[in-house]
Design a protein around this ligand. Structure first.
Ligand SMILES: Nc1ncnc2c1ncn2[C@@H]1O[C@H](COP(=O)(O)OP(=O)(O)O)[C@@H](O)[C@H]1O
Ligand SMILES: [Mg+2]
Length: 311
């Protein structure tokens, strides 16, 4: 793939990780074993953690390069088109012949808001570390990893670190490569439950400090409607509540938070303001259906300064 979003002055964010197609059924009442449900609605969205972050950053006006793997079916075309149409560069992406897109089927119980998800990612969609070539980082302002492509993440983070490019990452599951990855990450923004599992700590202060010992100098734990807390190396742990919103769909809230945090970081905002902007973008995401912010919802986001004033 040849599209390139890097301008002559660089400053792009390189994003590495998942892209998916999400098929979402909204069904009143839980689906038990051996039951048939009649859905109220069916919608198909382009999603995937890293792709969602890339898309949100592009909506915020940032130049973005995405590296991930596509199959060659209709879903893959939808996923790829969604990124290309947002102006995201796809140089370095891999297309696997006769391979389906990484797919998620989501069943939302409209009575409780709970959801069940079943996913399939063909093993051929796993990124080889060699796909992250050094030139993709030329002029980059930051590297963002969703950490679903672990071997490629270690390779990309190592390259970025060597060049002094900040590495910002998510972490949704733990594995044998978690510690080598964290050793190369500057800022970790991850769900509180995963960080609890990683450290065995529940107390916010102890949890954040325990993660910092593993590598990242800045750590943020997101906690759904309870908001987020975190700290830099210096300074205490601070908490930002979630912004009130009319909840439509919390899918992708974390990814929107990450994009807001990263955009504010790139704008030179202080740590508390980055958390605020992350939480603001996440709440806006919760107000729209599907895994991503929409162009219209992103336009409704007040700039960072206004967000700070409202807080
Ligand atoms: N119901 C909600 N209303 C408003 N903001 C929310 C809501 N749920 C989540 N958020 C925001 O999204 C952020 C990330 O959500 P979380 O569920 O922790 O991540 P993930 O989507 O990765 O599981 C939270 O820190 C919070 O700011
Ligand atoms: Mg998440």
């Amino acid at each position: 793939m040849t599209s390139d979003a890097r301008g002559p002055d660089g400053g792009h964010v390189l994003v590495v990780g998942n892209n998916t197609v999400d098929t979402v059924y909204r069904v009143p009442g839980a689906m038990g074993p051996d039951t048939k449900g009649q859905a109220e609605s069916l919608a198909v969205y382009a999603g995937g953690q890293a792709a969602n972050v890339a898309y949100a950053l592009a909506l915020l006006g940032r130049p973005v390069q995405y590296v991930g793997a596509f199959g060659d079916d209709d879903g893959s075309a939808l996923s790829r088109r969604s990124l290309a149409e947002a102006g995201i560069g796809l140089t370095g992406c891999v297309v696997v012949p006769r391979c389906p897109v990484h797919h998620a089927t989501v069943v939302v119980d409209t009575l409780t808001g709970s959801r069940s998800i079943v996913m399939f990612k063909d093993n051929r969609l796993r990124l080889d570390p060699s796909v992250v070539t050094p030139d993709l980082l030329d002029g980059a302002a930051a590297l963002y990893l969703d950490n679903h492509e672990e071997r490629a993440s270690v390779a990309a983070a190592t390259l970025a670190r060597e060049r002094g490019i900040p590495v910002i990452a998510d972490l949704e599951t733990l594995s044998a490569l978690t510690l080598p990855i964290l050793a190369q990450v500057d800022t970790l923004v991850a769900p509180r439950d995963v960080l609890r599992e990683l450290t065995g700590e529940s107390d916010p202060e102890q949890l954040v400090r325990a993660v910092q010992l593993l590598g990242p100098h800045t750590v943020v734990a997101t906690a759904g409607v309870d908001g987020a807390f975190g700290a830099e190396t210096t300074g205490g742990v601070i908490h930002v509540p979630s912004w009130p919103c009319e909840l439509v769909d919390s899918t992708g809230a974390g990814d929107a938070f990450h994009a807001g945090y990263l955009a504010a970081f790139l704008d030179g905002a202080e740590f508390p303001a980055r958390l605020l902007f992350g939480a603001l973008l996440a709440s806006v995401k919760c107000g729209v259906g599907g895994p991503r912010l929409t162009p219209q919802s992103a336009r409704s986001v007040s700039p960072l300064a206004a967000a700070e004033e409202r807080a």
